[in-house]
Design a protein around this ligand. Structure first.
Ligand SMILES: Cc1cc2nc3c(=O)[nH]c(=O)nc-3n(C[C@H](O)[C@H](O)[C@H](O)COP(=O)(O)OP(=O)(O)OC[C@H]3O[C@@H](n4cnc5c(N)ncnc54)[C@H](O)[C@@H]3O)c2cc1C
Length: 420
């Protein structure tokens, strides 16, 4: 396995500093190295320990803003089984975000949003394949697609537009009747009426291990990882901004802001007001689940994804809007578990652990990828909402292209920070 950068650009020794060693920052760091930058990756924690550690591990799906969402929100909030949670005192502060969300899901805007997401997803797998091959991490990825289950023909029909989106993007969808879906996944319970197999997505057996493996490869190629907390971005009259941490002040040639849900505060220091919500999601990890699934399953009626991983079965779900600082709420994780048990009755819970993480969610589901409007030596790479694991490698590739000053492989206009 070659450990030297194999990118097209010549090494020019310029120094880049990436804030945030989640999957997005780590992939960006690897692609910057390929472009010949001397890269430092800064995180207050270890690589991958933020939202990137606990996700459902699927690569390639990518979500679209749901149609007609606004009318459904009150019903969702009143239904105790629904995964959307907002604390009433937080509601006034969230109104502008939800207003933009509703706008993005309106028919005309929705088409443009879906187009941007499709463009980004065209090379999601190819951009990862480059990194898997260069870092020797192919064994951490399983290419078996995923299954959506439905508990009635009605819920199957209700999801038609969503499936069409995935078809349009090039995923191959095979409808499965009751017998077929149970043959494919025998541990699904009788509640499952039918399903769909999606070919073209993949999953990692452990997203934390994957990010760590990328980070180790980055270091072996000469990259530096610093465990520091970024406190501020100092902007002077001229020159690039400086990164002030709890340990030092850094003055790189280029900064990439990839701090996940925490990026909004730092972007604001550069004059960019990006409406970024910390959308909390939960998982339950079952080390000895007593059931066996061959691939990730989206339990469509339950808003839960179940993923077989190297250390057990992971059940994920919930969209809870309660900010960055409040403690985790175990009842949410337990709801995910109950929902999964209703569809996969044999699940055992011995040794289970719970986790909560903050999705960096933009109101139009499109990540922010582009240059800071006021500080061109700062690149933004955050806001990947529900699809950051999927979109991380292709984002890293785009960051590399921007940093090298090359034309980007897709039109980044829909991703620019100043769209809000
Ligand atoms: C339950 C759940 C299921 C999901 N399932 C999927 C899925 O199946 N597929 C998919 O594609 N996506 C999924 N996602 C979304 C995905 O996990 C996120 O979009 C992605 O992890 C975001 O990555 P990130 O690198 O931007 O953020 P993070 O992983 O949160 O990384 C940000 C990093 O920045 C660091 N940081 C922040 N502020 C500072 C600071 N001031 N100084 C230093 N460091 C700082 C943090 O410590 C952190 O390590 C899921 C999310 C959840 C919650």
């Amino acid at each position: 396995m070659a450990e030297t950068g194999s990118g097209a650009a010549a090494t020019d020794g310029r120094r880049a500093l990436v804030i945030g060693a989640g999957i997005v920052g780590t992939c960006s760091a690897l692609y910057l190295q390929r472009e010949g930058f001397r890269v430092t990756l800064v995180d207050r924690d270890g690589p991958g320990e933020g939202c990137s550690s606990g996700n459902a591990a699927n690569i390639g799906l990518g979500t679209y803003p749901p149609a007609g969402i606004l009318a459904k929100v009150p019903g969702m909030l009143m239904d105790p089984r629904h995964p959307l949670f907002i604390r009433w005192p937080d509601l006034p502060g969230l109104v502008p975000w939800f207003a933009r969300y509703a706008l993005a899901s309106a028919p005309r805007r929705r088409t443009a949003v879906a187009q941007a997401i499709d463009d980004l997803h065209r090379d999601v797998i190819a951009a990862y394949d480059t990194l898997f091959a260069e870092t020797g991490t192919e064994a951490l990825v399983v290419k078996r697609g995923m299954v959506f289950t439905y508990e009635s023909r009605r819920s199957f029909e209700a999801d038609t537009a969503n499936r069409e989106n995935y078809r349009r993007r090039g995923l191959v969808l095979t409808e499965l009747d009751r017998d077929e879906v149970h043959q494919m996944e025998p541990d699904l319970g009788p509640a499952v009426e039918c399903g769909v197999h999606l070919d073209g997505t993949e999953h990692t057996v452990d997203p934390l291990r994957l990010t760590r493996a990328f980070a180790e490869s980055f270091q072996r190629r000469g990259g530096t990882i610093l465990r520091e907390t970024v406190r501020d971005l100092e902007t002077g009259a001229d020159g690039p901004p400086r990164v002030v941490t709890d340990a030092a002040t850094h003055a790189p040639d280029l900064i990439v802001l990839a701090a996940g849900a925490w990026s909004g505060r730092l972007a604001a220091r550069l004059g960019s007001r990006v409406p970024l919500a910390a959308e909390r999601g939960y998982h339950v990890m079952l080390p000895d689940p007593g059931v066996s699934l061959s691939r990730p399953i989206r339990l469509s009626d339950r808003y839960v994804v179940v993923t077989p991983m190297e250390h057990g079965l992971r059940l994920t779900g919930i969209a809870e809007f309660s900010g960055l600082d409040k403690p985790s709420n175990d009842a949410r994780a337990d709801l995910v578990l109950r929902q999964a048990q209703a569809v996969i009755p044999g699940i055992r819970t011995e040794g289970m652990t719970r986790w909560m993480g903050h999705r960096p969610s933009t109101p139009d589901s499109i990540p922010v990828i582009g240059r800071s409007p006021r500080h061109p030596s700062v690149l933004f790479a955050f806001g990947h909402s529900h699809s950051g694991l999927s979109q991380a490698a292709v984002t890293g590739r785009l960051i590399g292209e921007l940093a090298a000053g090359r034309p980007t492989s897709i039109d980044l206009a829909p991703f620019r920070p100043e769209r809000f």
